[in-house]
Write a protein that binds this ligand. Structure first.
Ligand SMILES: Nc1nc2c(ncn2[C@@H]2O[C@H](COP(=O)(O)OP(=O)(O)OP(=O)(O)O)[C@@H](O)[C@H]2O)c(=O)[nH]1
Ligand SMILES: Nc1nc2c(ncn2[C@@H]2O[C@H](COP(=O)(O)OP(=O)(O)OP(=O)(O)O)[C@@H](O)[C@H]2O)c(=O)[nH]1
Length: 437
């Protein structure tokens, strides 16, 4: 169950400063994970024990001034469709502008909770000025300073109170079926793939009303597998808003990714591997979800015996360092390798749940580390004493050492690779932590 908060507002009001304040500390921790790059517009944070995602819609607007307003309007609409709570940032230094009013008009026409965040209220005087924004008809403004952080705590208290209550279904949880989502850029073949899996109604076991707003999760038996398909309503329904925006796919994908255990990432073979495919892949990795890559529409590609190999190599070089992932060439049209795709997804799911006992883990790493110990730093020898798997939902391992802060990224990656050599973690992110002992 994920909660999503979208930050909207016209340019220069301080959205990205605010975003950074909200995710800053948490992201610093995330950055320490191997191979995870920081995303400027998407982050996770928590407040009084409630975790949520934050999307800064601002960064996605590009282009000349005349397309600006139109773009912002689109983004506000999408934010409204996808997010649980909207934070509408305005600027107490400038007061209400026409563009603020435009955004306010859009926000008044819908029923998602909206918080008016009156930013740059660094001084008492500007805090008073914030009340001006009451006139927009979206409730009491919250004066804050994204720069120094004042006012953000009170705001977040109210924001997290608006999250929908999780509707957990104990039976469903007890069954622990793999939760699969199908993600990818527009037109990659996601709906066709889902239809191929679920086309005939007799495959449906029970429709379970979703844990996330709008999502219908359905329990299927298909191709000999038993799984829950996470279908965020948006996946089927075409939005009124054009889907040429990167932001659109990102919002859609985040919802699906966060509510699943394993993601089937579909690539259009004719289009090649785009930067946007990589973005979606990174979102999956960042959320520590398992993944299988399908290169779809393979029927349309003119090929020889090298074509698939070359394609695969290219993808692996792009998704590096997390490249221990199955890549399958499919044609949904001719139903080629659909069974294999599901099979790989279930395997990735199992690998994500894999637990390695402490003793085989240490037996193995004793030898590995003795052969290639971490390089000494500033004349100090680093001694790794033991390793244990942490009780997280995805594989993470703590290595205990005398000087954990001296173990650098390349050595952590070496440990991860060794882990993957010995145990099967294909398709799942693995995190390595160094701890003091
Ligand atoms: N005084 C003051 N300035 C702020 C505050 N928050 C942001 N700013 C400044 O306002 C300017 C715009 O901030 P950004 O965070 O880039 O604004 P944005 O809304 O993300 O802008 P776009 O990316 O263009 O949409 C920067 O110069 C910030 O330093 C604040 O709380 N107080
Ligand atoms: N030749 C060929 N065409 C395919 C294949 N898979 C899907 N298509 C076609 O590609 C087009 C897009 O397929 P969709 O399933 O709608 O793609 P989608 O990813 O759900 O698209 P959005 O709803 O825009 O996100 C349709 O015309 C499909 O018939 C395939 O394996 N081979």
């Amino acid at each position: 169950m994920s909660n999503m908060v979208a930050i909207v507002g016209r340019p220069n009001v301080g959205k990205s400063t605010f975003f950074n304040r909200l995710v800053g500390t948490r992201d610093a921790i995330v950055d320490e994970f191997s191979g995870v790059t920081r995303d400027r517009h998407y982050g996770k944070t928590e407040w009084i024990g409630k975790e949520f995602s934050i999307i800064d819609t601002g960064g996605y607007v590009t282009g000349s001034d005349d397309v600006f307003e139109d773009e912002i309007r689109k983004q506000v609409q999408l934010a409204v469709e996808e997010a649980d709570v909207i934070m509408f940032v305005v600027d107490t230094m400038t007061g209400i502008t026409d563009m603020d009013n435009d955004v306010a008009n859009l926000l008044r026409k819908q029923d998602r909770p909206v918080f008016v965040v009156a930013n740059k209220a660094d001084t008492n005087e500007r805090k008073m000025d914030a009340s001006e924004f009451y006139a927009m008809g979206l409730g009491e403004p919250y004066p804050i300073s994204a720069m120094n952080g004042s006012g953000t705590g009170d705001l977040l208290d109210e924001v997290v109170a608006k999250f929908p209550k999780p509707q957990s279904d104990p039976d469903e949880e007890a069954e622990e079926l793999p939760r699969i989502s199908v993600v990818g850029r527009p037109n990659a073949g996601k709906s066709s793939f889902i239809n191929a899996l679920t086309g005939s109604d007799r495959n449906i076991v029970t429709p379970v009303s979703g844990t996330t707003r709008d999502s219908i999760d359905t329990h299927y038996k298909a191709y000999g597998f038993d799984f829950t398909l996470v279908d965020t309503a948006g996946l089927r329904k075409k939005s009124k808003v054009h889907d040429d925006l990167e932001f659109y796919s990102v919002m859609r994908s985040i919802r699906s990714i966060e509510s699943s255990d394993v993601c089937i990432l579909m690539i259009d073979a004719e289009e090649g591997f785009h930067s946007q495919d990589l973005n979606i892949f990174s979102l999956i990795a960042k959320n520590n979800k398992a993944v299988v890559i399908l290169v779809n529409k393979w029927d349309l590609i003119e090929k020889d015996h090298q074509t698939a190999k070359k394609f695969e190599k290219l993808i692996r070089s792009r998704i590096n360092p997390f490249d221990d992932v199955e890549i399958i060439f499919t044609s949904v049209l001719t139903k080629q390798r659909i069974h294999k795709s599901l099979d790989a997804a279930i395997r990735a799911y199992e690998n994500r749940k894999r637990r390695i006992k402490t003793s085989p883990l240490n037996d193995y790493f004793q030898t590995v580390i003795a052969k290639q110990p971490p390089p000494a730093l500033k004349g100090k020898y680093i001694k790794i004493k033991y390793v244990t798997q942490l009780p997280t939902k995805f594989p993470s391992f703590a290595f205990f050492a005398n000087l954990p802060q001296y173990v650098k990224e390349p050595y952590k990656r070496f440990l991860e690779n060794k882990l993957r050599d010995q145990f099967d973690f294909t398709g799942t992110p693995v995190r390595i932590f160094m701890r003091k002992k």
